[in-house]
Each structure stands twice: as structure tokens, then as C-alpha cells.
Design a protein around this ligand. Structure first.
Ligand code: DHB
Ligand code: FE
Length: 312
């Protein structure tokens, strides 16, 4: 049986991608951001997901502004990197998992979430930047990635509650997939930021920290936030955080916060990042295969239920 072992949230600021692509990660401004993901990279190396479900938003790259699906699931075998104006980012093509994606589509749609299915789709910084932050810059991404694009660009985006319930439906879908797969789900975007208008540059760290606290301990409270409240508190683009609730809905009610990082700014944005592990996680139920030893680091993290906070 497949299972969701953990969820990760991360900002997807395009300038982070540009810093990587232009070899500027060592500059003090960027070092502060990338250092915060060093432990995360180590964690995911040890967690070794078989598949990542990447919840992100397309920034008028795959869909333009003519067609804007609310929830679009990538069912293709691979997803080319979109040209966002400077040529495609020099990152590996994203390989999908068509079998699991088709299974998720069937389960979730029969559960009355009307997904758009994308058998061909390019992916932009919304997905590739979080992949870089978690996996670094490998020649090929270490596992297949199923993209789930959510509209947070044109009003009206889905509600946080709808996103949370979709996460639950995705979990049910994954858990009814017969192959032994460990799945990690990413929720990307956020935290507080506003890119244009009178409040451009808005950051609300108090709100962001409370959002992170509630994401771990009381996510249902976050599902009650209206778009207006989210935008008033976290800026117009802060509404991206509804995507984090898809990730959270796919996890247990009670989770272990493995790691947290928050820093301001990266470009216009407060970078927020959290790793939440399901308590029922870990060893694959091995049908005939020899059991893999659970990674030492992961075991230690679980035993200590240690919350590491780095804030600047
Ligand atoms: C920025 C952040 C985003 O999330 C985005 O999609 C585009 C730009 C920024 O901070 O500049
Ligand atoms: Fe964005």
C-alpha cells in the first residue's frame, strides 16, 4: 500500500531560482535563505520518497490567462520546464508517475473533486524552485513528481477548506494504491507577500508565525480564513497559502513538526518552510521484498519529536 509519510511547505519565489541558475547562492543575501534548507535536504535524502506530489500554482506559463483550471493534475510521464521569459530554467525535466496520477484522478474525481487532467503540461518556478530547495541541483530529480496546479492567480481561488478536503481525498487515493510507495506531499507558495498595488512589499511576520503554528497544531482554524482575511493579513499573493492546506489535509490530524524555517525577505516575500511527519509513517509494508532499514536520522527525529526552529 502506498502512504503519505510527510508534508513539506516551501515558498517558490522565482528569484530563488534565478539565484541558483546564476550561481549567486553564496552571496550573503541568498546564503541566509539557502542555509535554512540544508537540514531539509538532509531530511529528504534520508526519507527517500518514492514519489512527490507537488502542489503549486502555475504563473500563466502552462495555462496562459485564457484557461485557468482550479485544480489541474499532471498525469503525463514527463513535464518539460516552461520558458518564463528568459528561456526554460536549466533544471532537469520533471518525470511524472502516470499510474499513480491516474489512480489519484479516478479516486478523487469519484469523491466529487472535479480535477482537470493534464496529459501534457509545462511546469514553472512554482514547482521547480521548491524542488531545488529540497533536492538541490541534481542531474535528474531523485523521484517522480506528480504536479497539482492550483489557481491562486485569478479570482476566485478555491477556499482553504476546499483545499484541506482535497488533501484528505488525495490521501485516501494514495492509501488505496496497491504498490508500496512512500509519498511526500509539497504545499508551495507564500508566505506573506504582495507584489503590486499600494501595499506592494507587505510582510506580516506575526501572521506568518501564527499560520505556521496553526498549520502544525490546529489546521482546521486555518481552513476558516476567508480569502479577504488572508489577503488583508498576508498580502494579495499571500492567498497562495491555501495550497498549503492541501498538503496539511493529506496528513494525520496530529503530526510531528520535524523542522521549521522562516526568513525575510527573499525578493518581495517572507520565506516560510515546514516539514511535518505523519506519526504512522516509516517502513514500507513489504510484500515479499526485504525490509529496508529506516534511516537513522529519521528515526532519531521521530524519537525526539524535535522541533528545530531557525528564525531570523
Ligand atoms: C515573487 C514571489 C512569488 O511567489 C511569485 O510567484 C512571483 C514573485 C517575489 O517575491 O518576487
Ligand atoms: Fe507565487
Amino acid at each position: 500500500m502506498a502512504k503519505i509519510i510527510a508534508g513539506v511547505t516551501s515558498s517558490h519565489v522565482p528569484a530563488i531560482g534565478a539565484a541558483i541558475d546564476n550561481h549567486r547562492t553564496g552571496e550573503p543575501y541568498w546564503q541566509r535563505v539557502f542555509e535554512g534548507f540544508e537540514r531539509s535536504k538532509e531530511w529528504i535524502r534520508n526519507a527517500k520518497p518514492d514519489v512527490v506530489i507537488g502542489v503549486y500554482n502555475d504563473h500563466a506559463s502552462a495555462f496562459s490567462v485564457e484557461i485557468i483550471p482550479t485544480f489541474a493534475l499532471g498525469t503525463a510521464a514527463e513535464f518539460p520546464i516552461a520558458d518564463e521569459g528568459w528561456g526554460p530554467r536549466p533544471v532537469p525535466v520533471v518525470k511524472g508517475h502516470p499510474q499513480l496520477a491516474a489512480h489519484i484522478a479516478q479516486s478523487v474525481i469519484l469523491d466529487e473533486f472535479d480535477l482537470t487532467l493534464c496529459n501534457k503540461m509545462e511546469v514553472d518556478h512554482g514547482l521547480t524552485v521548491p524542488l531545488n530547495l529540497m533536492f538541490g541541483s541534481p542531474k535528474a530529480w531523485p523521484c517522480p513528481v506528480i504536479p497539482l496546479a492550483v489557481n491562486v492567480v485569478q479570482y476566485p481561488p478555491p477556499t482553504g477548506h476546499r483545499c484541506f478536503m482535497l488533501g484528505k481525498a488525495i490521501r485516501k487515493a494514495v492509501e488505496s494504491y496497491p504498490e508500496d510507495l512512500n509519498v511526500v506531499i509539497f504545499g508551495t507558495g507564500g508566505m506573506s507577500h504582495q507584489i503590486s498595488g499600494q501595499r506592494a512589499g507587505l510582510i506580516n511576520s506575526k501572521f506568518d508565525h501564527a499560520f505556521l503554528d496553526n498549520l502544525t497544531k490546529n489546521p482546521k482554524k486555518l481552513t476558516k480564513l476567508s480569502h479577504l482575511e488572508l489577503m488583508r493579513e498576508a498580502g494579495a499573493e499571500g492567498v497562495e497559502m491555501v495550497m498549503w492546506l492541501i498538503m496539511r489535509g493529506a496528513l494525520d490530524d496530529k503530526v510531528d513538526e520535524v523542522y521549521r524555517f522562516y526568513t525575510v525577505p527573499a525578493s518581495n516575500t517572507a520565506v516560510g518552510h515546514i516539514i511535518l511527519a505523519n506519526r504512522t509513517k516509516g517502513a514500507k509494508k513489504t510484500a515479499g521484498k526485504p525490509a529496508k532499514k529506516a534511516p537513522v536520522k529519521l528515526k532519531r527525529a521521530a524519537a525526539a519529536q524535535k522541533i528545530q526552529r531557525i528564525r531570523s
